[in-house]
Design a protein around this ligand. Structure first.
Ligand code: FAD
Ligand code: NA7
Length: 543
């Protein structure tokens, strides 16, 4: 460590930014398996990423617990204590803290330390990373695990700063907030709003849901796993993970191969009913029929089934009308622990923002276009995230020739395999743009292992650096767009295509080709000696 004036310079092999699922595993790989001098930093006050920040009541995984964890260490897997189908936030945070301690990583993670900018010196082949803590890192490799659902999207209604109650975003939840008996407003009803509304309604005084677009949601079907199920998760480890790696959405179940209209209407109803009773948003969309996400008429069958369920559950006709989704069921599928039932409670009401938009916020609460002041003690923004590239654009990252990442991504974020982008040599990303749309730990493991192998390759050869070829990046972006266009997802405005952020360009942000294909392409790249990448000699010779 060298000090210049008030700045401390730390020279490293690798800097990992982010200490969530991705950064933690990356650090373990680099330090404990490759023996490199690697450090991680995170602006959070603890490790865990998503599960550190999202401490709101009701926070729950919507991937099943037996696949929402690491698989790289069988012994670690055997010790995971989770007992329910889906896993609550405190348990996931506890698990990730346990992983950090198990692999002696804690002393190598600098918390409350934000990367503010990063730049590449192509002569020295070194990344210089500045932080808000006066520590500057100089490293050969920079791995960003900044999170794809991490940069919070906070709405900007006039007068918001005047609000005298507590104003919170679910993605930066304050641990001291007690909602008991309070008048609470929740803006947003995506996965998060749905969870927080359902969990808090029984304890608050009055809850008002400010809803813009009604969503399709099915029950989670969460329950305590029986001993035989828990045993089979452990004993069938190889078969289970083999199935995950060879599936599309990596959710731990066999995706359906049955077309919606290949069965009778009665059979269709029976399959949907069984899926509703079993629970799980991804199961409902991908476990029932194979074409719900691709065929509009099939999609409507699924959507109308859910609409009929909502009609059965919600008693008040006016509330029922407001909660009723229309159009495609083609956002990230949701599941809930009694969301629609919550609106039968006397202390819960709904404001339809399409009919009466929010005009402004006062010191007392929210005012809507009909002139009503909704008085609140707490205003919860469950308004989602500037997904995928949001955190990358909040720092100044500069690659070769001083080019900024934001400029490189002016037409939308691009990458090859979600791990590398042209002009940014030896910079890798975990869950970068156009990575797979799956249950994420298996994708994280695939990408971390790929990045570790690339770093090992560069460190042990005279490659100098690896930089993805521009035509390869363009082709990958095109591939992602072409696959997405075969589905219905681009036609529903959501964060999956950047449509949730005012002014954000709508682009493809995921590879929808599935886990199996993604792993096959990723491993072929390594096996063939990185044909999609340029070495430093290639790049400097061209310059
Ligand atoms: P994150 O966990 O987001 O960690 C990124 C870290 O980077 C953060 O701690 C952040 O503070 C840090 N960081 C960012 N920028 C900087 C900077 N400039 N300087 C320093 N640090 C920085 N996925 C699923 O597959 N299944 C689920 O059931 C599921 N449920 C979810 C529920 C919620 C409420 C949310 C928000 C997400 C959920 N996800 C789920 C997605 C989840 O984000 C991923 O599964 C996974 O946790 C991502 O891990 P990560 O390490 O890539 O990113
Ligand atoms: P989402 O799915 O982006 O949902 C955000 C919600 O907030 C959604 O209902 C939005 O309405 C609403 N929203 C956002 N901005 C506004 C404004 N300005 N006014 C009113 N309503 C607004 O985020 P989540 O956190 O629920 O889920 C993200 C992922 O995290 C999820 O898939 C899980 O993987 C975890 P809209 O629908 O845009 O009309």
């Amino acid at each position: 460590m060298a000090a210049t004036g008030t700045e401390t310079i730390r020279r490293l092999d690798v800097l990992v930014v982010g200490a969530g699922f991705g950064g933690i595993y990356m650090l373990h790989k680099l330090r404990n398996e490759l023996g490199l001098d690697a450090v991680a930093l995170d602006k959070a006050g603890g490790v865990g990423g998503t599960w550190y920040w999202n401490k709101y009541p009701g926070a729950l995984s919507d991937s099943e617990g037996f696949v929402y964890q690491y698989s790289f260490d069988r012994d670690l897997y055997a010790q995971t204590p989770w007992k329910t189908k889906y896993v609550r936030q405190p348990e996931i945070l506890g698990y990730l803290n346990g992983v950090v301690d198990r692999y002696d990583l804690r002393e190598h993670i600098s918390l409350e330390t934000a990367m503010t900018d990063a730049s590449f010196d192509e002569v020295a082949g070194i990344w210089t990373v500045h932080t808000d803590r006066g520590i500057t890192f100089e490293c050969r490799f920079l791995v960003n695990g900044l999170g794809l659902l991490s940069a919070t999207n906070v709405p900007d209604f006039p007068g918001m700063n005047d609000f005298e109650g507590r104003l919170v975003h679910t993605g930066a939840w304050p641990e001291d907030l007690d909602l008991t008996g309070k008048r609470v407003g929740v803006i947003g009803n995506g996965s998060t709003g749905n969870q927080v509304i359902t969990a808090t309604a029984p304890i608050v005084g009055q809850l008002t849901s400010f809803q813009r677009t009604p969503q399709y949601s099915v029950p989670t079907g969460n329950y305590e796993l029986n001993p035989a199920e828990l045993r089979s998760h452990r004993d069938d480890f190889d078969a289970n993970w083999d199935q995950v790696h060879n599936s599309s959405v990596a959710m731990g179940f066999e995706e359906s191969s049955i077309e919606t209209f290949s069965v009778s209407a009665e059979e269709r109803e029976r399959i949907f009913e069984a899926a509703w009773n079993k629970g799980g948003g991804f199961w409902f969309m991908f476990g029932t029929f194979c074409d719900i996400a691709t065929n509009e008429a099939a999609n409507e069958e699924a959507a109308s089934f859910i609409r009929r369920k909502i009609a059965e559950i919600v008693k008040d006709p006016e509330t029922r009308r407001k909660l009723m989704p229309a159009g495609l069921h083609a956002r990230r599928p949701l599941c809930d622990s009694g969301f629609y039932e919550t609106f039968n409670r006397p202390n819960v009401s709904m404001v339809n923002l399409k009919e009466t938009p929010i005009t402004h916020v006062t010191e007392k609460g929210i005012v809507t276009a009909d002139g009503t002041l909704h008085e609140l003690d707490v205003l919860i923004c469950a308004t989602g995230f500037d997904a995928v590239d949001g955190n990358y654009r909040r720092v100044d990252v500069r690659g070769r020739n001083g080019q900024s990442l934001s400029d490189h991504w002016a037409d939308g974020p691009t990458s090859y395999l979600g791990v590398a982008t042209t002009g940014f040599p030896n910079m890798f990303m975990i869950l970068g743009p156009n990575g797979p749309f799956t249950n994420l730990p298996p994708t994280i493991e695939t990408q971390v292992e790929w990045i570790a192998e690339a770093i090992r390759h560069v460190s042990s050869t005279d490659a100098g650096w690896l930089e993805v070829k521009p035509d390869v990046e363009t082709a990958w972006t095109d591939t992602c767009g072409e696959i997405a266009d075969q589905t219905l997802f681009p036609r529903a405005a959501s964060w999956i295509f950047g449509a949730n952020i005012p002014g954000k360009k709508r682009t493809v942000m995921f590879y929808l080709g599935g886990m199996k294909e993604f792993r096959s392409i990723s491993s072929a790249e390594i096996a063939s000696g990185y044909p999609s990448f340029m070495s430093s000699a290639d790049v400097l010779a061209e310059a």
